[in-house]
Ligand binder design. Structure first.
Ligand SMILES: O=P(O)(O)OC[C@H]1O[C@](O)(CO)[C@@H](O)[C@@H]1O
Length: 548
């Protein structure tokens, strides 16, 4: 047993689970009419109803005790102070500094991170306004109409998904096209519709070493030059965001066109930095700042609210409750808003790259599960597909339902219908359907008693399936910022309890190294194949371009 699973709170939760297991959620609601009032929270413009979780007051008390025994609050405070909590890379973790609007300093290994952020925001603002006012134009005097944003992972998902989420706020004078994959089709399909004279290429790579991003940018440069643009025009059309300014300059991007990133911001936490420039270009700098303020409001709440009333802490602890005490290997995020359809993929990267770890900070193997599989999609589409498994599958898959109360596109009864589906799903998962209810539904349909009982068995839904419901008045830059920061901190809380480093990603680095070695073999004519027999055979086929 590890120090973690031996903790008094962990042990108490293991026993408490049996108490909870013996009571159906439906009965918990029946026994306590005030349940919804007791298990709800407001923070930073968001409302969380967590009453449909398999919990009682003891569960919350024990989960908060576990957080205290594992030092979650101390680690949180150390993160905000800029201490080196990413121990394997020797770095502070300061994405919260990116949205800090105070005047004070935040020390990050001898630098004032807050001052650097303020300077960068000023530069970003000037850049965005120059493009919008058309004081910065293409080399032939044309205003920019299109931006191609090249980046991958955290340098892609945040800007893309948040831009989609803020579509109602787009200015309308610029389009943005996101290219991440090394698959040449991705870039080719985007570029073939664009006019190089009116296109700005925005390349985002914290490390400036990522194969996909470097290769896509090189190909975009070639496309630009092949169109007849002079080499001297590169400076007007290519901008980069990177923590590696010398490498960006060596690549041919002018120093004044390189916007900084810092080692103390993880890629998957970086949309608040210059990595978010595509968002600012699409919605304008005021809305980008509102996004930062929403995140900052959630930071303040996370920092100040006691654990029992702390939205990210409670969501993180509830997630851990199911992962570690109910063996739920996955969790689903269901957004009832078309603009938020990308959020599950965003949280998937955020959570799985952060908490997909098998050893703790000391490098010792974990003896309990860590990061669950995160997946999801937009309602109501999923109701006609994978919700079947949520309702009648054999495991427990906790769900987060997210619903803005007002639509940006009020259209007849659409929004009420959308909301009714969202609420009905949370209710159906919680209540389920008993054998008696299923039989009552079938009565009068002309079935004999045996057939009726048998068919009813297929219609039984166990219920007792937990969910959170997150509401906001409307999806705005502010509420979106708060929502994303909520998931960031929820991820942090789980990693802190598990005692893992949520801020490195050695697993994804392995693929990069092996990929380069195999690339050399694919492009070589030498028969030498220093690979296992399966990989060697696949390489041979690629060299031939034929499967036979
Ligand atoms: O911004 P970079 O350095 O190009 O990295 C892109 C992405 O690659 C990763 O390192 C892993 O593939 C992510 O963490 C990161 O967001």
């Amino acid at each position: 047993m590890s120090a973690l699973t031996a903790l008094p709170a962990w042990q108490a939760l293991s026993q408490h689970r049996d108490t909870i297991e013996s009571t159906h959620l439906r009965d918990l609601f029946a026994q306590d009419p005030s349940r919804a009032e007791r298990y709800q929270l407001h923070a930073a413009g968001l409302f969380l109803d967590y009453a449909k979780n398999r919990i009682n007051d003891d569960t919350i008390a024990l989960l908060c005790q576990l957080a205290r025994e594992t030092g979650v609050e101390a680690l949180r405070d150390a993160m905000f102070r800029g201490e080196v909590i990413n121990n394997t890379e020797g770095r502070p973790v300061l994405h919260t500094a990116l949205r800090y609007s105070g005047e004070g300093a935040i020390q990050a290994q001898g630098e004032d991170a807050a001052a650097e952020v303020r300077d960068t925001l000023k530069r970003m603002k000037a850049f965005v306004e120059a493009i919008h006012s058309q004081s910065w134009k293409g080399y032939d005097g044309d205003a920019f109409t299109d931006v191609v944003s090249i980046g991958i992972g955290g340098s892609f998902l945040g800007p893309k998904i948040m831009s989609e989420a803020l579509r109602p706020y787009w200015r309308g004078d610029l389009r943005c096209h996101f290219v991440a994959n090394i698959d040449g089709t991705a870039l080719t399909e985007k570029l073939k519709k664009l006019d190089p004279k009116r296109t700005l290429i925005l390349m985002s790579s914290k490390s400036f070493t990522t194969q996909e991003t470097l290769t896509n940018t090189e190909s975009a440069r070639q496309w630009f030059l092949d169109s007849g643009a002079p080499e001297s025009a590169i400076g007007q059309h290519f901008v980069a965001v990177s923590a590696n300014v010398p490498a960006a300059e060596a690549f041919g991007i002018k120093a004044e066109n390189v916007y900084p990133m810092w080692d103390w911001v993880g890629g998957r936490y970086s949309l608040w930095s210059a990595i978010g420039l595509p968002i600012a270009l699409l919605v304008g700098f005021d809305h980008f700042e509102a996004l930062l303020r929403g995140a900052e409001a959630m930071d303040t709440h996370f920092r100040e609210a006691p654990l029992e009333q702390n939205m990210p802490a409670l969501m993180g602890l509830l997630s851990l409750w199911y992962t570690n005490f109910f063996n739920s290997g996955s969790q689903v995020i269901l957004t009832y808003d078309h603009y938020l359809r990308g959020l599950p993929a965003y949280v998937q990267q955020l959570d799985m790259e952060s908490n997909g770890k098998g050893v703790n900070k000391e490098g010792e193997p974990m003896d309990c599960a860590t990061g669950p599989v995160i997946w999801g999609g937009e309602g109501t589409n999923g109701q006609h597909a994978y919700h079947q498994l949520l309702h009648q599958g054999s495991g427990v898959i906790p769900a987060d339902f997210i619903l803005p109360l007002q639509s940006h596109n009020p259209l007849g009864r659409h929004h009420a219908m959308l909301a009714s589906n969202c609420l009905a799903q949370t209710q159906a998962l919680m209540q389920g359907k008993t054998q008696a209810e299923a039989e009552a539904e079938l009565a009068g349909k002309g079935l004999d008693a045996g057939a009726l009982t048998e068919l009813a068995r297929h219609k039984v839904m166990p219920g007792n399936k937990p969910s959170n419901t997150l509401l906001m008045d409307k999806l705005t830059p502010h509420t979106l910022g708060a929502l994303v920061a909520l998931y960031e901190h929820r991820t942090f809380v789980q990693g802190a309890v598990w005692g893992i480093n949520s801020f490195d990603q050695w697993g994804v680095e392995l693929g990069k190294v092996l990929g380069n070695a195999i690339l050399d073999e694919l492009e070589s004519n030498q028969p030498k194949l220093d690979q296992d027999s399966s990989t060697a055979n696949l390489i041979r086929m690629f060299r031939k371009g034929q499967i036979n």
